[in-house]
Design a protein around this ligand. Sequence first.
Ligand code: PLP
Length: 420
Amino acid sequence: MNQSAFAFVDGVLHAEGVSAVSLAEQFGTPLFVYSRAALTQAYEAYANACAGRRAFVHVAVKANSNLAVLNVFARLGAGFDIVSSGELARVLAAGGKAENVVFSGVGKHAEEMREALAAGVKCFNVESIPELDRLNAVAASIGKKAPVSLRVNPDVDPKTHPYISTGLKANKFGVAFSEARATYRTAAAMPNLEVVGIDCHIGSQITEISPYLDAVDKLLELVEQIEADGTAIHHIDVGGGLGITYDSETPPDIGEFVKTLLDHIEARGHGFRNVFFEPGRSVTGNAGVLLTRVEFLKPGEEKNFAIVDAAMNDLARPAMYQAFHAIEPAVKREVAAQVYDVVGPVCESGDWLGRDRQLAIEAGDLLVIRSAGAYGFVMSSNYNTRPRAAEVMVDGGSAHVVRAREKVRDLFSGESVLPG
Ligand SMILES: *Cc1c(COP(=O)(O)O)cnc(C)c1O
């Protein structure tokens, strides 16, 4: 990840060439700030490792679906992994191509399938027999054949947080490994489906390569069985999930990760197949930060609180997964450090952003919450009728608003009171 994209210059945090202080003054807080250079660098780590090989990158839209972010990737030639027709609409509005889109997700609506088929997406990652039936019927109704792969649950332990591990037997995702071969036979027999590949996604924030190698081995075993049954598999989609450094995690280097997987697939005699990657967090996570201002310092008997203007509605990950985000003053200053819980104004005890953090701060100070580029703004809500934060993208020495801060009146513009 681009360490220089969010670095201190003379004690002041900068996003590329722009100081956090001027960003906060110009656009207000809480404020999501993305770095074009950091997005580019992370994407290119994948793309460069795939170059010259039969390997393709589909950026997972759900990690950060801002149009400007998607547009940065689209300009670099990225494909996209979507989980709704809303995300398809965003990809197309951002300049992405439907033919480079794979459609994942466990509960696709018929209308979403129709839109994606009409647009011409590359592949539907299907997760159950009822979903195959629905897709086959939708495709028949518009006289098309839908390209499909099955998301197989390889039942490997990705060694990550239970809420973000998806490839175990107890998860709602994917077709069970033991039923996959039979499900492929079912799919191959449906007249309006065309089996094109196989897919898995074993979890998120995975910091080791070995679970991927285990998953690939299981997929390849299946591929040989499916092909023995007479159905060709053109691509293997290994999913997303590579972790990033939030705190002290040491995920593998992206290029090394890609190369290890591709080499492994080649060594197993499957190098002629296309390989898809679906990274989300690892291309956007450390390319964004959340700026927030300290409203009050509230000393307590057991704990000191730093009450800030960002909250769980802006960044849900701490409340949702007890996730750690590094928090620092955006301007280094000479005051005594104390240990604080950094909390927001929302009326929930779960509204915290960081616990037991040593911070040298005063009321009014600007803080930076790091690693907020993935599953940050996209998971934000209007809880407590809080307008969602603005999003800004820095590109060298300039900052562009890529989503305006919401206004309170927008939040209830679709509501009405009873007549009379
Ligand atoms: C969420 C998701 C991804 C991206 O996961 P990251 O952990 O952000 O890399 C990729 N593929 C599918 C199917 C997903 O659901």
